[in-house]
Design a protein around this ligand. Structure first.
Ligand code: DHB
Ligand code: FE
Length: 283
C-alpha cells in the first residue's frame, strides 16, 4: 500500500510570486518569511515524497461565483497555472497523478462525499506557489499532484467538522491505494487575513498561534468553530485555514502520530499573517 509520510502547510499570497520572480528572498521585508523554509527543504530532501495531495482554495480562476463546488477533486494528467488577475508570472505546469485521483474519487464517493470531479483544472497561485516555496531549486517540483479544492470564497462554506471528515477520508483513501508510492498532503492558505470591508487588514496573532499549536497537540480543536466564528476570529480570507485542518485530519490514522518538523509564523506579508508547518508521520 502507499505510505502517507507527512504533511506540509503554507500561506499563499500573490506577492510571494512577485518576490520569487524578482529574487527578493533576502530583502528585509521578505527574509523572515523565506527563512521559515530551509529546515523543511532539508527534511523533504531526505523524505522524497512521490505524490502530493494538495488542499487549496481556488480564487475565481477555475470556479467562479456562478458555479461553486464545495469540494472538487482534480483528475487530470497535468495542471496548468494561470493568473486570476494579480499579474504574477505564470509558473510551469505540474504533472498530475490520475491513478491516485481516481482512487481518491472512488473512495470519497463510497464514503458519501459528493465531490465534483475535474478532468481539466486550471490552478491559481494557491496551488502553484507552494511548489516554488518547498522546492525552490526545481523548475517543476519533483512530485505528481492531486489537487483538492475546498470552497472558501462563497458562502455557505463547508463546516469545520465536515472539512475534518473530508481530510480523514482522504487520509484513509491514500492509505488504501495499492501503490508503492510515498504520499504527502499539503495545505495552502491562511493564516488570519481579511482583504475587504470594514475590517480589511484584520489579523489575529493569538488565534493563529493557538491554531498552529492545536494541529500538533489537539487536531480537532478548530472543529468547535462555525464558519462565521472562523470569519470573526481569522477574517474573511483567514477561513483558508480550513486547508490546514483538512491536511492535519488526513494524518489522523497514519502511523502512531505526528511530529512537528518545523514551523514558522511571521506577519504581515501583504495583508496576511503567514505560517508554514511541516509534520512527519511517526512509524
Ligand atoms: C492576499 C492573500 C491571499 O490569501 C490571497 O489569496 C490574495 C492576496 C494578500 O494578503 O495580499
Ligand atoms: Fe488566498
Amino acid at each position: 500500500m502507499a505510505q502517507l509520510i507527512g504533511g506540509l502547510a503554507t500561506s499563499h499570497i500573490p506577492a510571494i510570486g512577485k518576490a520569487l520572480a524578482k529574487g527578493l528572498q533576502q530583502e528585509p521585508y521578505w527574509k523572515p518569511f523565506f527563512d521559515g523554509f530551509p529546515p523543511i527543504h532539508q527534511w523533504l530532501a531526505g523524505k522524497k515524497p512521490d505524490v502530493l495531495v494538495v488542499f487549496y482554495n481556488d480564487h475565481g480562476l477555475n470556479f467562479f461565483l456562478d458555479k461553486m463546488p464545495t469540494f472538487a477533486v482534480g483528475a487530470a494528467a497535468e495542471y496548468s497555472n494561470a493568473d486570476e488577475g494579480w499579474g504574477i508570472p505564470t509558473l510551469p505546469s505540474t504533472p498530475g497523478c490520475p491513478e491516485l485521483s481516481w482512487h481518491l474519487i472512488n473512495s470519497l464517493i463510497a464514503d458519501e462525499f459528493d465531490i465534483v470531479t475535474c478532468q481539466e483544472m486550471l490552478v491559481d497561485h494557491a496551488c502553484s506557489l507552494p511548489f516554488k516555496l518547498f522546492w525552490p531549486q526545481h523548475e517543476v517540483a519533483p512530485v505528481q499532484i492531486v489537487p483538492i479544492n475546498i470552497n472558501t470564497v462563497q458562502f455557505p462554506l463547508p463546516t469545520t467538522k465536515r472539512v475534518y471528515k473530508l481530510g480523514q477520508a482522504v487520509g484513509r483513501a491514500i492509505q488504501s491505494w495499492g501503490s508503492d508510492k510515498k504520499v504527502m498532503v499539503l495545505a495552502s492558505g491562511g493564516l488570519s487575513h481579511q482583504l475587504e470591508g470594514e475590517r480589511a487588514g484584520h489579523i489575529n496573532k493569538k488565534f493563529d498561534l493557538q491554531f498552529m499549536e492545536s494541529l500538533v497537540s489537539n487536531p480537532e480543536w478548530a472543529t468547535q468553530f462555525s464558519d462565521l466564528e472562523l470569519v470573526e476570529k481569522a477574517g474573511t480570507q483567514g477561513v483558508e485555514l480550513l486547508m490546514w485542518l483538512a491536511m492535519r485530519a488526513a494524518l489522523t490514522h497514519a502511523g502512531s502520530g505526528v511530529r512537528k518538523v518545523h514551523g514558522n509564523y511571521y506577519l504581515p506579508i501583504s495583508n496576511t499573517a503567514t505560517g508554514v508547518l511541516a509534520l512527519e508521520v511517526q512509524e
